[in-house]
Design a protein around this ligand. Structure first.
Ligand code: HEM
Length: 414
């Protein structure tokens, strides 16, 4: 893009997401400055008619406003997908993320007790244990793929433990979530069958685990969900399966992405790495927030207007789709001083990495914060000279800011 023009920016176009990151950043900056709320045509979803288009929100304030007015901007007509898909498919693939209160709240409350800071204290020991096992597995090799061998396994194992997935099924969860969140990248998804196939594998797995927990209750989220009653009725196995899929997919890909981007940005900012290592605990809270702002693992979510309304003076009609671009919110010069600077001491840091607030704010934010912190703490201690040795291979996606591979080296150790 030599002469960038607003009309040439098509956020619904897969080609846009294949362009180098710098060009995309420049496009979002132009939109923020000159057309903060602009209308775009929708991506085509194979097998479904193309929808009417969507409004793109690029400024932090507008995204926070939209997120926090769930009565005006609902999720029940599609949140994960921009394009139109049948309601039952949307319910199936999104569970509570594609639902509105009161049912959203009732289902979310069934599991939210497991994600409070207090409840997570019990999980913390497991996070440490798993992180050390992950490092043990590569320590003697002196080199590895940072993403698949260091960043991915621990968040995967933790969420699988919480939900009740046995270790023998963890690799399948990883493979299917790579497909589900890899839409747009031909390495993972070539057609809609690939995507539906991945959902079906997880669905089958969930049905087996759900049925087993009905018969043999255990101390995990699967048991809680299978035995809970909402409005006097138990969840069906299908509803349980959708919730299960959301938790295992959301709980592993995002944190892996944050850890991978975190290591890459620290590699590119050795002063910030040295600063953090000099006082790990003193900087950890702000550094972890800055990593999530910088990484913005989840690029967007969608809402639908439930009534004629407006956002910052832009008229939005009932039924219009509104897409919140968290990547842009997190680089908004109006909300962040020097937003392109990675600064582990940034405070306040009102980033939208976990969403802009409101009822759908990330359920796993506290867990993710702990996982990222423990991973860097252990990496700094046990593989102190770890260096990234080549540019990361980025996922081609408008939804997940993923890193597929990123080689690293370190002095071998026991
Ligand atoms: C750095 C890691 C993570 C990031 C960046 C992230 C990001 C997000 C975002 C942007 C949303 C949507 C918010 C909205 O629409 O308002 C979300 C929702 C959600 N996240 Fe996360 N997430 C992360 C980790 C996790 C983990 C570890 C879990 C654990 C299972 C999790 C579970 C969920 C669930 C269940 C929702 C749906 C909440 C609802 O609809 O009520 N996330 N996350």
């Amino acid at each position: 893009m030599s002469e960038l023009a607003i009309d040439d920016i098509c956020l619904g176009d897969l080609e846009f997401w294949a362009a180098p990151e710098k060009e995309r950043e420049a496009a979002f900056k132009l939109l923020r400055d000159e057309a903060p709320i602009s209308f775009h045509s929708e991506p085509l979803i194979e097998g479904y008619p193309q929808g009417p288009g969507f409004w793109a929100l690029t400024r932090c304030d507008d995204i926070i406003y939209t997120s926090r007015h769930a009565d005006i901007f609902c999720s029940g007509r599609g949140g994960t997908n921009i394009g139109d898909i049948p309601q039952e498919v949307s319910d199936f693939i999104g569970s509570i993320i594609n639902m509105d209160d009161p049912r959203h709240k009732k289902l979310r409350n069934l599991v939210s007790a497991g994600f409070t800071p207090k409840a997570l204290n019990d999980v913390l020991e497991n996070v440490r244990l798993r992180t050390n096992e992950v490092i043990d597995a590569v320590a003697e090799k002196g080199q590895c793929d940072f993403v698949s061998e260091l960043a991915a396994p621990m968040p995967l194992q933790i969420v699988c433990d919480m939900v009740g997935v046995p270790p023998s099924m963890e690799q399948s969860v990883l493979a299917q979530s790579n497909v589900i969140l890899g839409v747009g990248d031909p390495e993972y998804v070539q057609n809609i069958e690939d995507l539906m196939g991945a959902f079906m594998v997880l669905y089958q797995m969930a049905m087996e685990i759900g049925q087993d927990r009905l018969d043999n209750p255990a101390d995990d989220i699967a048991t809680t969900l299978m035995h809970a009653e909402v409005d006097g009725e138990r969840l069906t196995l299908g509803e349980f399966a959708s919730f299960f899929i959301l938790l295992v997919v959301a709980g592993n890909e995002t944190t892996r992405t944050a850890i991978s981007h975190g290591m890459w940005v620290l590699h590119n900012n050795p002063d910030q790495k040295a600063l953090w290592r000099a006082d790990f605990d003193g900087h950890a809270v702000n550094a972890v927030e800055e990593i999530v702002r910088w990484a913005t693992p989840v690029i967007h979510f969608r809402r639908t207007a439930t009534q004629d309304t407006e956002i910052s003076g832009q008229r939005i009609a009932e039924g219009d789709k509104v897409v919140m671009w968290f990547n842009s919110a997190n680089r908004d010069e109006r909300a962040f001083e020097d937003p392109y600077k990675f600064d582990i001491m940034r405070s306040p840091n009102p980033h939208g990495g976990y969403g802009g607030g409101g009822p759908h704010f990330c359920l796993g934010a506290n867990l993710a914060r702990r996982e990222i912190r423990v991973m860097f703490e252990q990496l700094f201690q046990r593989l102190p000279d770890l260096e990234i040795t080549a540019e990361p291979a980025l996922l081609q996606s408008s939804f997940i800011h993923g890193i597929k591979r990123m080689p690293c080296e370190f002095t071998p150790t026991k």
